[in-house]
Design a protein around this ligand. Structure first.
Ligand SMILES: [Cu+2]
Length: 183
């Protein structure tokens, strides 16, 4: 074998080695990237999950949309009824609702943060927590009398005041209304 052929084989070998290295690197990268498996645990059974980046995502690991059709796969999900209120995480914002209104009637969140909100119906009525702003149409919680449910969602990036209300006919008019302040 002459020198030229030897160099040829060495160069070919190096090219193949580099190609294999690139292939392995890409393969590892693809397994490190979100594979569709959500990382976090829900704060209550049924709620959407907060991933490692602190974003609320659906079962496929895709960020939920606050303006999606409520209860659709793209929307933040409300929890199942929570039997034991002690199971509501301490970090959650806790509201009650009755014919007298929401208590507290306002709460504050940071723009873009993952928020867990629990709402409890404390009277014998059905109530539905919802926002006026269509950008938050998917952030809604429906409650049977006496029920507690939670929802986890990404707070709006836009600072401001967002009105929430009970969208059962007649309930807003008797004072079931409040404000979420986004800072
Ligand atoms: Cu109501």
């Amino acid at each position: 074998m002459n020198k030229k052929a030897l160099y040829g084989w060495i160069i070919a070998g190096v090219i193949v080695a580099v190609a294999i290295g690139v292939y392995i690197a890409l393969d590892q990268q693809s397994t490190q990237e979100p594979s569709g498996e959500p990382q976090g645990t829900p704060v209550a059974t049924g709620t959407s999950i907060i991933n490692e980046e602190g974003r609320v995502v659906n079962n496929e690991g895709i960020e939920v949309r606050n303006d999606a059709q409520p209860a659709s796969p793209e929307a933040p999900q409300q929890s199942d009824p929570i039997e034991d209120e002690a199971a509501v995480p301490a970090t959650a914002i806790k509201l009650t609702v009755s014919a007298q209104g929401f208590s507290p009637s306002s709460f504050e969140v940071d723009a873009g943060e993952a928020v867990t909100l629990s709402v409890t119906s404390v009277d014998e009525f059905t109530h539905v927590f919802a926002f006026k702003d269509t950008s938050l149409s998917a952030v809604a919680v429906g409650l049977a009398p006496g029920e507690t449910r939670a929802i986890t969602f990404n707070a709006p990036d836009q600072e401001g005041e967002y009105t929430f209300f009970c969208n059962v006919p007649g309930h807003e008019g008797r004072g079931e209304v409040g404000t979420m302040i986004v800072n």
